[in-house]
Design a protein around this ligand. Structure first.
Ligand SMILES: Cc1ncc(COP(=O)(O)O)c(C=O)c1O
Length: 352
């Protein structure tokens, strides 16, 4: 089947480009001895997670317990939930799942550590824990070395928990467009983490892993980085928001849409807010990157000089790949102009 024969709107992934992005991420990190633990949120497809593992990733990061369940069921053996799990019913599921793979989770309170220990003890399993350290995003995590030490010691004292290290995700830097500011801030955070590791070491706690970072900061890691693994997600697909940052990965994900109406100055496509995540900005038409774009529920309009006619197929670069993928049941894999596979978005809507 040719790409032009797909009914639209359809999400397509150029496999040649996807493979190049995976290779580039590995080429950036491998010489530094830093592992790639890609974030599942960007594609939510277990098939793609396995491609990343085959391509050198150490394990998979996800945000939700239900995503972890899908990954484990598909055979992924090393899963990090880069979040706090606090609801009693979820803690029980987590305790059970920890017997099915090497499962890690983030913590930032003593109460949660006690609850995790109790859940793991119920099933006789071990849950691996990263103490989340607040590095400027003001989301989760403790802000002082003393608090991190108290949590690490509590984990080390819990018979069914294992202290894996530190989670340090500086999401505020990911889309900082000023490269100098992004690198300066990333270096400052590395400095804070180095101080934390020294403090923990002086108090008898060694830290095997420091996990975090994103597509926007993967290139900023130097030979002296304290990070042992990087959780980048968007690097594989890219999107218009990361284009503005200039991170050197290529677009592999496109929304294929059909022109439903056009004149010499504007084009209307059949893809709107129900098929494109716009939380980080509007999509960009691959053929008219400079066109201003207007979105409504089922339409996307590009204002530009063009020769399009109804029925033409156009590629749009989503504003944000992660929220776009979550709107689709499946992604088509393409090479050149051929459709070569269709993979389900396994964890679409898995937000629990
Ligand atoms: C915990 C965590 N790690 C890593 C990432 C990096 O993702 P990306 O590379 O898509 O910016 C995110 C993004 O939301 C995240 O929440």
């Amino acid at each position: 089947m040719f790409v032009s024969q797909l009914e639209t709107p359809a999400l397509i992934v150029d496999l040649d480009v996807l493979e190049r992005n995976q290779t580039r991420a590995m080429d950036l990190l491998r010489p530094l001895g830093v592992a790639l633990r890609p974030h599942y949120k960007s594609h939510k497809c277990t098939a793609i997670a396995h491609m990343q593992l085959t391509g050198g990733a150490k394990g998979i990061t996800c945000a939700k317990l239900s995503e972890a369940e899908d990954l484990i069921q598909s055979g992924v053996e090393d899963v990090l939930i880069a979040n706090q799990v606090v609801e009693p019913a979820k803690l029980m599921r987590l305790g059970y799942l920890a017997g099915c793979c090497r499962l890690s989770v983030c913590v930032d309170t003593l109460e949660n550590i006690r609850a995790l220990e109790s859940a793991a003890a119920t099933f006789g399993t071990t849950i691996h824990c990263l103490v989340e350290y607040e590095v400027g995003m003001r989301r989760c995590g403790v802000a002082t070395p003393q608090e991190a030490l108290a949590l690490a010691e509590a984990i080390l004292a819990a018979p069914h928990l294992s202290f894996l290290g530190i989670q340090a995700y500086a999401g505020q830097l990911s889309h900082a467009e000023d490269f100098a500011r992004r690198s300066r801030e990333a270096a400052r955070i590395e400095g804070r983490l180095r101080e934390l590791l020294t403090f923990l070491h002086e108090n008898g706690v060694d830290v095997p892993e420091v996990s975090g970072a994103s597509t926007g900061t993967v290139e900023l890691r130097g030979a002296d980085t304290v990070y042992t693994e990087v959780q980048a997600g968007t690097y594989l697909f890219m999107d218009a928001a990361y284009d503005r940052v200039g991170v050197g990965f290529e677009h592999s994900l496109f929304l294929l849409s059909t022109v439903v109406s056009a004149d010499a100055e504007h084009v209307v496509c059949d893809a709107g807010l129900k098929t494109l995540g716009v939380d980080q900005g509007n999509p960009v038409f691959a053929d008219f990157p400079a066109a201003s774009v207007n979105m409504s529920e089922e339409h996307c309009v590009a204002y530009c000089a063009n020769r399009c006619a109804a029925g033409d197929k156009l590629r749009l670069i989503p504003g944000h790949c992660c929220t776009t993928v979550n709107l689709f049941d499946a992604i088509y894999f393409v090479r050149d102009d051929r459709v070569v596979d269709r993979v389900p978005v396994t964890s679409r809507g898995k937000s629990r």
